[in-house]
Design a protein around this ligand. Structure first.
Ligand SMILES: [Zn+2]
Length: 406
């Protein structure tokens, strides 16, 4: 999932682990990109990126030159390089849900289909630079490795790992009259785990199916919605709901099987409007507001500095009035006024600071023990009136409330 501010973000330098072609990989999952490797590389805004593309050829001579795309983005937020839309710069953003979940779904489906190929060909794409604003899928659609006019449909898995109460969202149903029947069949066998299905007709949206919709390919988008850890360092593997995630992947696999087998290819129909869960925009806004709460409470933007210690990267006017300076390293924090502070708690990284700040009340004074050059100082700050944090949906200490399906 990409956020609206992502496209305008300043590009950052990316170091590739290896740029040499690989020839190994799942034996049956054939490379599709040039030069006998799985990488489709591209440059954009000074950065170097690569999609990973493979194919299982169809078995029916009359259908194998038609293609079903199953895709997911495999990039995430790195070390918080896109400011304001994720956790602190310098923190590892694990991206277990966004989007290791969808990536795993594509790999699992590729393994199954490679073992038993289908009449039509299936193309598996792991997109890069989705979080930058769908760059990987936009590049693929502008430079497709199989003809777009013979790409009969695209199924997108983005964030399928946080299904609560059997919830799943499926978007894009208006992009082909064939979808209703294909999807209903696929979900029927997963009804025990995915019993709370929200459907939407819209074919566009903030993920990679959007790029295919815009070149007239029918699209389907599986998504279990955003949550309080969305684009935060806290999106980690132990929070994944593995059973419903596997069910979502199986449903997508069943959809791909139908697509690769049915007689007439699905027709494309226009389905304007973003296909997103009801209340999505308000939910996303509340999450980002919550993510900014630490900045507002402390009076400055925090980044992970030397040894991971929280450091002030930028000072807001309220922080400046309190006496904070850019570069100050936060060593410990105490709640309460300077006259009556509670015991100081040491913070060894940004996450520990975040946990302490979240315990505080809006408007409550905080004492920060900081290191500035070789001095240690205590600064009293009471910057953060963050009423929305307390009163909005993000006030929930657990996961955000799930939006009831339409
Ligand atoms: Zn995302």
């Amino acid at each position: 999932m990409t956020s609206k501010g992502a496209g305008a973000a300043r590009p950052v330098e990316r170091k590739l682990v290896s740029s040499s072609p690989i020839s190994s990989g799942p034996a049956e999952w054939k490379p599709l990109a040039a030069g006998d490797n799985y990488f489709q590389t591209f440059e954009r805004d000074g950065g170097s990126f690569r999609n990973i593309v493979g194919i299982v050829r169809g078995t029916d001579p009359n259908k194998s030159n038609e293609f079903v795309v199953l895709g997911a983005h495999y990039d995430h937020c790195g070390m918080g390089e896109i400011p304001g839309r994720m956790g602190a710069k310098g923190e590892i953003h694990h991206g277990a849900d966004d989007n290791a979940s969808g990536t795993a779904g594509v790999l699992a489906a590729a393994r199954v289909i490679a073992a038993k190929p289908l009449p039509r060909s299936v193309v598996f794409i792991l997109f890069d630079a989705e979080e930058r604003g769908l760059w990987g899928s936009q590049h693929y659609c502008a430079h497709p490795l199989v003809p777009i006019d013979r790409t009969i449909a695209m199924v997108n898995l983005d964030m399928i790992g946080r299904s609560y109460d059997g919830y799943i969202f499926v978007g894009g149903l208006g992009s082909s009259p064939a979808w209703d029947e294909i999807l209903s069949k696929a979900l029927k066998s997963e009804a025990a785990l995915l019993k709370n299905v929200e459907r939407d007709t819209g074919g566009t949206g903030p993920s990679d199916h959007d790029s295919f919709y815009h070149v007239d390919v029918p699209v389907l988008f599986f998504f279990t919605n955003v949550h309080r850890d969305y684009h935060q360092p806290r999106d980690t593997a132990e929070k994944i709901q593995y059973k419903p995630m596997a069910a979502a992947a199986r449903a997508a696999l069943d959809v791909v099987r139908s697509l690769a087998t049915i007689k007439p290819r699905p027709a494309f129909t226009k389905a304007s409007g973003d296909g997103l869960p009801k209340g999505f925009n308000a939910l996303e806004a509340a999450i980002f507001l919550r993510a900014k709460a630490m900045t507002r409470r402390l009076g400055g933007l925090i980044e992970a500095g030397e040894n991971g210690l929280p450091r002030l990267a930028n000072i807001e006017p309220a922080g400046s009035r309190a006496g904070l300076e850019k570069g100050d390293v936060i060593l410990a924090i105490a709640r309460g006024s300077s006259k009556k502070p509670e015991a100081f708690r040491e913070v060894r990284n940004v996450e520990e600071l975040r946990v302490e700040v979240e315990k505080s009340e809006p408007g409550e004074a905080l004492q920060l023990r900081i290191r500035r050059d070789d001095k240690t100082l205590v600064i009293s700050t009471a910057c953060g009136e963050v009423p929305e944090w307390k009163h909005g949906p993000a006030a929930d200490a657990g996961d955000l409330p799930r939006v009831k399906p339409k």
